[in-house]
Design a binder for this molecule. Structure first.
Ligand SMILES: [Ca+2]
Ligand SMILES: [Ca+2]
Length: 488
C-alpha cells in the first residue's frame, strides 16, 4: 500500500490506526544527527569571509559551500566563557549576569538549573557526546554530556609547548606568545580531538547523535608546527589596516577596553606585529586542517546524508585594530565570527546570508531543524527562515554585551555601542567598514540611534559570582595559573 492509498483509507475511516503514533515513530526515525563544531578565538580571517587576504582555509571554505554561510554573525559576548555559556543555554549575558571569564556560569542563579542545548537533545533520546573545548576551560558541565573526551573533568587535551619561552621576546607575556613548536601534528591537542571525533563518526550508532567537537586554536599561545608558519612568509604578510588616531573619538570606557598602552605597545616595541599576524594565520590554517580531517571522515561515514553540521567561532579577535589586541571589546573585530549551517533537506549549497544574526540564535535554530520541543525561555530567534531563504526579511540586530550594561548592536548597516555611563559610538558600515568614524555625537543620526536602542536588553543582571582568587602557594604556581585562567 502506498502513501496515497493509505491516506484514502484513513480518510474513509477504513483504517483506525493511531496516526499520532505513526507520526511519532517516523519523526524519531528521521531525526537528524548533529555535528557541532566550535573553534576558539577565530575571527573573520577565513577565506570565505574575506577578513584577511592571505589566509588559507580550504577546508572551512569547502564546508561553507555546502550550506548557508552567515557573513554577519556575532557573539553575545566577546570572551570565551560568557559567549559559550550564552550560546549553550540560550540565555543572554544581560539576563544571566555572566559577563566575564572568571564567572563559573552554573553559579549564576539564572543558569544554575538551565537546560543546556546538549541536555535538550539528551531529553529527546539523542546520544550526546563531546570532545575538546565547548564550554570555557575551567567550567566543564558533565550533566550536558553522556561522554566526554579526554574526560568530563578535563575537556581539553594538553598542547605541547616549545622550550625557551617566550618565543616573541616580550617579557612577562604569559601565553601572549607565538612561534613554531617542533612536534608532529599528532602531538597537538586539536589533532587528538579530531581523532576522537573521527572515531565517533566511525561507530555504529543505534540512535541519533549530537557530537560536539571543540577546537582550541587559534587561541593563544600560537604554537603550531613549523609547516603552518611556512605557509605565510613574513615579508609578504598583510598587516591589518590601522588608523593610529582611531581611539580619539572613542569614549573612555571603550578606550579602556582597547588598552593601547598594553599589548599594542609591547607588540610594536618588540617589532612583533608581523610575527603575531603570522602566528595567528598559522594557527588558523592548522585548525582548518583539523576541521578538514573531521569532514573527510564524516563524508565516508554512514551519517553524511542525515546529519546537520554547524560550525561557529566563539567571538572575534583584534590584531592591532583600534590599537587593541585580543577580544574583550565591542567593535566589529571582536564581535564578528564565523557561523555556517548545513542542514540536509533545508539548506541549499553555496548560500550566503548577510543578515545580522547572533550566536544566541543557535539553540532555537537547532531545535527547529531537528524538530525538538520548543523552549520558551530562550532569548534567541530561530534562523530557520534564513536557512530556507538567506534573503528573507530579518529586522533584529545582533546584540553583544561586554561587562554589565555595555552593549553593541549590529544591524545590516550600523553598529551602535552604548556603554554603562551612557556614552556612545555609531558607525556606518556602508561607508566605514573599519569603524573609524564615530558618528554618535552628530545630531543627524539621533533617530538612527533611537531606533537601534529599542533593541537594547531590558534587564542588566548584576554580576554572577566570580571564582575566588587562589591564595599564593609557591611562586611557581602563582606564575602559571591565574593569568592563564583569566585570558583563556
Ligand atoms: Ca574564545
Ligand atoms: Ca575612530
Amino acid at each position: 500500500m502506498n502513501r496515497r492509498d493509505f491516506l484514502k483509507l484513513t480518510a474513509s475511516g477504513a483504517v483506525t490506526l493511531t496516526l499520532p503514533h505513526i507520526a511519532f515513530s517516523a519523526k524519531a526515525k528521521n531525526k537528524p544527527n548533529v555535528l557541532f563544531i566550535a573553534i576558539d578565538d577565530l575571527n573573520n580571517w577565513v577565506g570565505c569571509l574575506g577578513g584577511h587576504p592571505d589566509v588559507k582555509t580550504p577546508n572551512l571554505d569547502r564546508l561553507a559551500q555546502r550550506g548557508v554561510l552567515f557573513t554577519n554573525a556575532h557573539c553575545s559576548a566577546p570572551a570565551c566563557n560568557p559567549s559559550r555559556a550564552s550560546l549553550m543555554t540560550g540565555i543572554l549575558p544581560s539576563t544571566s549576569g555572566v559577563y566575564h571569564n572568571p564567572q563559573p556560569w552554573r553559579k549564576s542563579p539564572v543558569l544554575a538549573d538551565a537546560t543546556t542545548l546538549p541536555q535538550h537533545f539528551m531529553a529527546h533520546g539523542y546520544r550526546v557526546v563531546g570532545g575538546g573545548k565547548i564550554y570555557h576551560g575551567g567550567f566543564p558541565d558533565p550533566p550536558s554530556w553522556h561522554e566526554y573526551f579526554p574526560s568530563q573533568k578535563k575537556n581539553k587535551p594538553d598542547d605541547p609547548t616549545p622550550p625557551n619561552r617566550p618565543l616573541n621576546g616580550i617579557p612577562k607575556t604569559a601565553h601572549f606568545d607565538w612561534g613554531p613548536v617542533d612536534v608532529s601534528d599528532e602531538k597537538m591537542g586539536d589533532w587528538k580531538v579530531a581523532n576522537w571525533a573521527i572515531s565517533e563518526l566511525r561507530k555504529e550508532h543505534d540512535k541519533p547523535f549530537f557530537l560536539g567537537c571543540g577546537f582550541f586554536r587559534p587561541h593563544l599561545p600560537w604554537y603550531v608546527p613549523q609547516k603552518y608558519f611556512d605557509m605565510y612568509p613574513l615579508d609578504t604578510i598583510t598587516l591589518p589596516n590601522v588608523n593610529e588616531n582611531d581611539l580619539d573619538d572613542v569614549p573612555p570606557i571603550g578606550r579602556r577596553m582597547a588598552r593601547p598602552e598594553g599589548d599594542h605597545k609591547k607588540v610594536t616595541e618588540y617589532k612583533q606585529w608581523r610575527k603575531a599576524v603570522q602566528g595567528y594565520l598559522a594557527s588558523i590554517s592548522f585548525v582548518d586542517t583539523c576541521v578538514g580531517r573531521v569532514i573527510d571522515a564524516f563524508d565516508k561515514s554512514p551519517y553524511a546524508d542525515s546529519t546537520v553540521i554547524i560550525l561557529w567561532g566563539d567571538h572575534g579577535w583584534h590584531l592591532g585594530e583600534k590599537l587593541h589586541w585580543r577580544k574583550f571589546a565591542l567593535w566589529e573585530e571582536a564581535t564578528h565570527a564565523p557561523l555556517m549551517i548545513i542542514a540536509p533537506g533545508i539548506t541549499r549549497p553555496n548560500q550566503r546570508c548577510p543578515r545580522p544574526v547572533s550566536f544566541i540564535d543557535i539553540y532555537p535554530t537547532l531545535i527547529d531543524i531537528c524538530g525538538l520541543t520548543p523552549k520558551k525561555d530562550l532569548e534567541g530567534k530561530t534562523l530557520l527562515p534564513l536557512l530556507k531563504n538567506p534573503k528573507a526579511s530579518w529586522d533584529r540586530p545582533a546584540l553583544t554585551t561586554h561587562g554589565r550594561n555595555n552593549h553593541s548592536l549590529r544591524s545590516k548597516r550600523w553598529r551602535y555601542i552604548r556603554y554603562s555611563d551612557g556614552t556612545e559610538e555609531l558607525y556606518d558600515h556602508q561607508k566605514d567598514a573599519l569603524e573609524w568614524n564615530n558618528l554618535a555625537n552628530d545630531a543627524q543620526y539621533a533617530e538612527i540611534k533611537k531606533q537601534l536602542a529599542k533593541w537594547l536588553p531590558k534587564t542588566d543582571a548584576p554580576d554572577a559570582p566570580r571564582i575566588k582568587r587562589k591564595k599564593k602557594r609557591s611562586q611557581k604556581n602563582v606564575k602559571s595559573s591565574p593569568k592563564n585562567k583569566k585570558a583563556s
